[in-house]
Design a protein around this ligand. Sequence first.
Ligand SMILES: C[S@@+](CC[C@H](N)C(=O)[O-])C[C@H]1O[C@@H](n2cnc3c(N)ncnc32)[C@H](O)[C@@H]1O
Length: 258
Amino acid sequence: MAIIKFDQYLDVSKYWARHVDVNALTGRGEESSLTSVANQLIAEKLKIAADSVVVDVGCGGGHFLLSINNVARRIGILPLQEEVQMLSSFYENEKIEFLKGYSHSIPLPSGLADRIVINGVCLCLPDRESFVATATELARLAKPGCKLFLGEHPESDEFTGRQYDDSLVHFLLWSVKSRGIGYALRHAYRMLQALLGFSDYLIYPKRNYFTVRSEVAEIFAAAGWSLLWDADRCLPRTEAGSKQVMIRHDYLFERNTD
Ligand SMILES: C[S@@+](CC[C@H](N)C(=O)[O-])C[C@H]1O[C@@H](n2cnc3c(N)ncnc32)[C@H](O)[C@@H]1O
């Protein structure tokens, strides 16, 4: 039990997989109800037929795959062996396959998928090059006419204005100014609990990969996808008792027939 600082999102996932917390693997913290709202939207947009092969890339806690139980094949791709092991044993009575892979390198044959989901994943990518490689790899995996839901992608750096680095004192001062005294006190309490050895206090990476909408459409068009729909998604969040609203963007693409 300690204060733990993460520089990489993959290390955060490794931590939660070891602590067997499927809700934390969604990255939505205290707002687990947001996961079912997100899953309903994804299912509504993808219109999944019973004979579909569905691949969820970066499937987090596996909640979306669990929610669509009447399909031919459900496959979750996760970058860490720890996550694959944890979800395979957590869902051992479900017919869901979990495989280790990355959005730019998926261990499945070309032209397999009827539906692909990649939700809240591309913000973890290191750079534009990986995003381009992801668009190309998803196109390889897709059958012609396959629908792809790319969700919760930021259009801006969500950490702008947070100049507290990894200093807990600077973080608390920033919290008082921008979130209020109640929020700062609740974080201070959690930090104290970690220092006394009762729980862990996690310091998350302070960067996210972001792309403006026109560039997302361009990159995916170049990889063989047509944009069918896109919209802002409002993500209300509760963190240490404080309500915040974050806007990210969703896209629905269709794989072109070559
Ligand atoms: C914020 S969670 C979102 C989980 C889930 N898609 C959802 O919407 O609830 C990010 C997920 O992406 C995975 N991930 C991170 N980098 C990845 C990459 N390069 N390729 C595939 N998955 C990745 C993480 O392991 C985690 O499962």
